[in-house]
Ligand binder design. Structure first.
Ligand code: NA7
Length: 548
């Protein structure tokens, strides 16, 4: 690992923030291209969300072999132990990657970037860390991801609780002993679903506080023996190529038919087959109109509701967890996977509080008081999510041309970018898995590679031509934003309240946070700009007369 004294200025070609899939890939790629590049990370290890998400039950919902880099040097030498690897296995994977790609010498851990200011005269970013260190870099690459900024409720009395109160993604490295304890889990997104099930197996009592029911799918976990692989190694090179050109960045696609193209019996058989897969395919590999047509969506919901209710003994739980009236379109909030979440509600030590009927009034020294009663807890876990997608960028004081900030710009009407990779007014700044890119609608490593490669190509173009800066124009940004909104508005996404639409964070404008138009179309848009002389961009600095 590199070291840097406080207040010393380090000159770089590129500074990357974030040691998740995107940042790690970018470091390797740019170093291979001969750039002087450093990666900074606020945590103390590699993994991004997998460094932070170490709560009981944390695991990825993308089934193996999808969730890994496509470099043969890596996959030829790596063995997955689980079809859905848990956080520990994922951190092991990142350690292995860091060693194979020799990343440590160019990584600064425990480094939180507070500001990045564009110097219009020097064509450089001046980037400052919390501890006072400064980097001057031609390119600024904040690959901060979708879950860098935690969202914590502002309940009265929250500071007074005498037990342990923790946000799911700040889970203590020294594992707390939950055996026999009274535990509250607030939130039923994919985190809440995973962690409450895991905790129900050890805690004395568990109370889950639900605002909106999740619609999780069954997870078919497989534990691989040493000589077993999710897919034969000789097929993997082609597999990764395929993923780069598929709608969701996975090897499966939506079906080429619509819900009512099939008669009822065929449709049911199709749902059953997808359900048995025990992965995302019931959501993302289903009839092509499921996310776009209410009637089609309701068919999927009915099937899900029937499957779910059959597992719940208590009619109250049935109605709260899988309501008769569809609460929002299926798949328009992130669909979690589970293998025991619903069954745990049949246990006598697990209870469910609907915060719509009995809202949380305050946190007391000993627990949580709702409008109905006070409940005592030893531990309160906030699985309450994030200022998702944009929070990682808006948390940093990023100032572009004329001192404008990313925060102000996004605050006005939601994110506006060109191809979810850069912003008008912010030269030589590119990000991965950010707003208006496929991000959470794409298998993470797939998009990290697509975007990382494109960013490296831009940098090569500037290096080859001696040009100082590249920046997208307002017109191109507007066109992309309209395209993103157009695809979202044609879908059922706006009918669900959640972070896909920027809901839940005070003052955050409601707007589509991600691009739903498909990874292959996204890749084509980036490619079109690049192969047309970076259409949609302006160049400035040094060799101004050279056309890129
Ligand atoms: P999510 O998906 O944002 O889920 C947060 C959950 O917390 C969700 O059920 C919220 O209900 C609930 N919530 C938030 N604030 C409150 C308050 N004040 N009271 C009660 N309940 C609340 O975050 P996750 O961590 O589960 O997942 C994040 C993503 O990261 C994940 O999908 C992966 O893609 C990676 P709501 O639905 O808003 O009514």
């Amino acid at each position: 690992m590199g070291s840097l004294e406080a207040n010393r200025i380090e000159e770089l070609d590129a500074l990357i923030i974030g040691a998740g899939f995107a940042g790690v890939y970018q470091l390797k790629k740019l170093r291979d291209e001969g750039y002087k590049v450093k990666l900074v990370e606020s945590g103390s290890g590699y993994g991004g969300v997998w460094y932070w998400n170490r709560y009981p039950g944390a695991r990825v919902d993308s089934h193996a072999p999808h969730y890994q880099f496509s470099d043969p040097e890596l996959w030829q030498n790596w063995h997955w132990k689980q079809r859905f690897p848990d956080h520990k296995e994922l951190r092991e994977y990142f350690k292995f990657v860091a060693e194979k790609w020799d990343l440590r010498k160019d990584t600064y851990f425990d480094t939180y970037i507070t500001s990045a200011i564009w110097d219009e005269k020097e064509f450089k970013w001046v980037i400052t860390a919390k501890d006072g260190r400064i980097f001057k870099s031609k390119f600024f690459l904040p690959h901060t991801g979708i879950a860098a900024s935690r969202s914590t409720p502002k309940w009265k009395g929250i500071e007074s609780f005498k037990g342990l109160i923790v946000h799911s993604s700040y889970w203590p490295h020294d594992e707390p002993d939950l055996r026999g304890k009274k535990v509250a889990v607030v939130g039923t997104g994919s985190t809440g679903v995973q962690l409450s099930h895991a905790i129900s197996e050890v805690a004395g009592e568990l109370v889950v506080f639900q605002r909106t029911p999740a619609m999780p799918l069954r997870m078919k976990q497989i534990y691989y023996a040493d000589d077993e692989e999710p897919m034969p190694k000789e097929e993997l090179a082609e597999f990764f190529d395929t993923c780069h050109d598929r709608y969701w960045g996975f090897d499966f696609e939506l079906l080429s038919k619509k819900t009512f193209d099939d008669d009822e019996a065929t449709r049911k058989a199709t749902y059953e087959a997808l359900w048995k897969n025990g992965d995302f395919t019931f959501w993302l590999g289903t009839y092509s109109d499921m996310l776009f047509t209410p009637e089609a969506n309701y068919e999927a919901y009915k099937f899900w509701r029937e499957k779910t209710r059959a597992r719940l003994n208590d009619p109250r739980h049935q109605e709260l967890l899988a309501p008769t009236n569809q609460p929002y379109p299926f798949g328009c909030k992130r669909v979690p996977l589970e293998n025991g979440y619903f069954d745990m509600f049949n246990k006598p030590n697990v209870d469910l509080v609907d915060v719509n009927q009995t809202p949380i009034v305050e946190v007391t020294e000993t627990g949580i008081r709702t409008t109905e009663k006070e409940l005592e807890f030893d531990i309160i876990i906030l699985a309450t999510g994030f200022d998702a997608v944009t929070g990682g960028l808006t948390n940093i004081d990023i100032r572009g041309i004329g001192g404008q900030t990313v925060k102000d710009k996004f605050q006005k009407q939601g994110p506006s970018t060109f191809c979810g990779i850069c912003i008008a007014g912010f030269p030589n700044m590119f990000f991965s898995n950010g707003p208006q890119s496929p991000s959470a609608f794409c298998n993470g490593p797939t998009c990290s590679e697509i975007q990382g490669n494109w960013i490296a190509d831009v940098m090569n173009r500037l290096r080859d031509t001696g040009i100082g800066s590249i920046v997208t124009d307002e017109e191109s940004e507007k066109t992309w934003t309209e395209h993103v909104e157009g695809v979202t508005n044609a879908s059922l996404l706006p009918k669900a309240k959640g972070w896909y639409m920027g809901d839940g964070i005070a003052g955050k404008p409601r707007a589509s946070q991600m691009y739903l138009g498909g990874v292959q179309n996204y890749k084509a848009s980036l490619g079109y700009s690049a192969s047309n002389g970076y259409k949609g961009f302006h160049f400035d600095g040094l060799n101004n007369d050279v056309k890129a």
